[in-house]
Ligand binder design. Structure first.
Ligand SMILES: NC(=O)N[C@H]1NC(=O)NC1=O
Length: 175
C-alpha cells in the first residue's frame, strides 16, 4: 500500500490494516492515527515507537505480555496470529529437535518466572541458534534491562511488519 493510501484511511480501516503491527496491541495503531499524514513508513514507525516510549513501565511490560512464547503453548495449539506464525517459522523455532525444544521450554519458563513477562526477540532477524543463545544470556539481565531490550525487539518486529504492509522504495529496511 502506498503512503498516500495509508494517509487516506479512516481510523477503522487504519486499525484493521495496522492493528497487529504490535502483537495483540491495536491500541498502538489507534493512538498514532491522528499523526497523519505520515511522510513514509519510517515516520509511521517513529510515531508508534514514541507512543510506546511515553507509556509508563507497566504499559511497556503489558506490551511484552501480549506476545506469545516462541514455540510455546499457543504455537503448539495452532493459535498464533498469522504474523507471529510466519516469524516463528522463519526463525526455525517451529521445527526444533526434541532436545532444543526442551531447552527452549525450560528457559522460557525460567525467564517468565524471573521477569513476569515472556522472552521477546525479533524472530525474523534471529535464527534458532541465536534465539537459544540470546535467551540463555538475557536470563542474567536485570528487570530494567529486559524491559528495554524486549521493547527494542518489539520495535524491530513492528518495523518488519510495517514493511510488509507499506510500499517502501528508497527507505532503509534496517532500523
Ligand atoms: N516471544 C516472541 O519473541 N514472540 C515473537 N517474536 C517474533 O518475531 N514474533 C513473535 O510473536
Amino acid at each position: 500500500m502506498q503512503v498516500s493510501k495509508v494517509n487516506a484511511l479512516d481510523y477503522e480501516e487504519f486499525i484493521e490494516v495496522f492493528g497487529n503491527v504490535i502483537e495483540h496491541c491495536p491500541l498502538c495503531a489507534a493512538a498514532v492515527w491522528k499523526h497523519r499524514p505520515f511522510s513514509d513508513v519510517r515516520h509511521l514507525h517513529e510515531e508508534i515507537c514514541r507512543f510506546i516510549d511515553d507509556l509508563p513501565v507497566a504499559g511497556r511490560e503489558g506490551i511484552l505480555r501480549c506476545h506469545p512464547d516462541l514455540a510455546g503453548r499457543l504455537a503448539r495449539a495452532g493459535q498464533l496470529t498469522k504474523e507471529s506464525k510466519r516469524e516463528q517459522e522463519a526463525a526455525g523455532v517451529t521445527s526444533l529437535t526434541p532436545e532444543e525444544s526442551q531447552r527452549l521450554d525450560s528457559m522460557n519458563h525460567s525467564y517468565r518466572e524471573k521477569f513476569g513477562f515472556p522472552f521477546v526477540i525479533c524472530a525474523r532477524r534471529n535464527k534458532k541458534e541465536a534465539i537459544l543463545e540470546g535467551l540463555r544470556t538475557r536470563l542474567n539481565n536485570s528487570l530494567e534491562a529486559e524491559v528495554e531490550k524486549g521493547i527494542m525487539e518489539v520495535k524491530n518486529i513492528c518495523y518488519l511488519r510495517l514493511l510488509d504492509l507499506v510500499d517502501h522504495e528508497g527507505v532503509e529496511s534496517r532500523l
